[in-house]
Design a binder for this molecule. Sequence first.
Ligand code: UT7
Length: 330
Amino acid sequence: MKAQVMGIGHALPRRILDNKELEQRVDTSEKWILDRTGIRERRIIDPEQTTSDIACQAAKMALEHAGIGIEDLDLIIVATATPDMLFPATACMVQEKLGAWNAAAFDISAGCTGFVYALTVAEKFLLSPQYQYVLVIGAEALSRLVDYNDPTTCVLFGDGAGAAVLGRGQSERAGILATYLGADGRGARHLCLPAGAAARPASRDTVEQGLHFLKMNGNEIFRFATKITAEVSEKTLAMTGFKAGDIDLFIPHQSNLRIIKAAMRWMEIPEEKTLVTLDRYGNISAACLPVGLSLAVQEGRLKAGDLVLMVAFGAGLTYGGVLLRWGCDN
Ligand code: UT7
């Protein structure tokens, strides 16, 4: 018995924010953004929408792909760094909007590693016969929490959502083969939202200082990311005996093309086996991996039996990897 991805979906807002527009809004240049990050454009959520709305759009696509009814869901897990509110959980908003009345619902806060954490948790729930189908979503509205006066962060992030329906299957040829998670809280301060919660409640002072916006020490994260992406890939593969050369599709976290290329070089994974979406969508944090999976299916880059390695790192600092064989019994 293995946990399998039965269906996958994504939602990407229509509004495009390209480098040219950012160049007009903030002290940056089209060339700097492309050269230093690989990002050309990102998507921005509609003013009347929020994280749970695009999460639901992605979820509906995944449920249709899986051929599973909303009433069949036993659990909804939403990985997000941009919840609709601090509480209740965005997963509860999603449950309400979908009408998934038989599902329990909770969020996971693991930054950009959120989808890897959520898949890992879902896999454990599926060990129990009480849970047949788990909806796992990575959804972000980062445009709501970045400071469009800060060129060191606002050029990087975008909005979007991806969702996967997980179930149980018997086939040896499909399902999650290995998961690996880790965290290093000593790096928590390098990527955070300083104010607006219990440690520093919102006040006139916090708003004047812009502490309700995402803050990042880019250089520290860059150093951490280049090392950890290769390390996580190796550890995840080592749990199964597969080698980097066996991978059909590598889906790394989409934060900077230089980080992705360093990992590809280290592992000797060629370009044609690596999925890059950040040129089109920027860094959408916990949504990067499920959006990537869904686009890979849509673009015909994934077929049943393919070996997929997903690796992420992010706020926490957290990190993790999932190795799966694409396909399901259905
Ligand atoms: O998923 C969440 C995890 N986050 C990440 O993975 C982000 C990891 N970090 C990075 O991707 C990179 O560190 C950044 C893209 C954030 C920054 O790139 P960098 O090549 O490390 O630039 P830097 O911070 O070392 O800055 C180099 C220069 C500085 O100017 P001076 O001091 O050399 O004059 C910056 O002020 O580039 C300047 N700079 C910019 N210039 C134009 C920083 N941001 C910008 C900008 N436009 N947007």
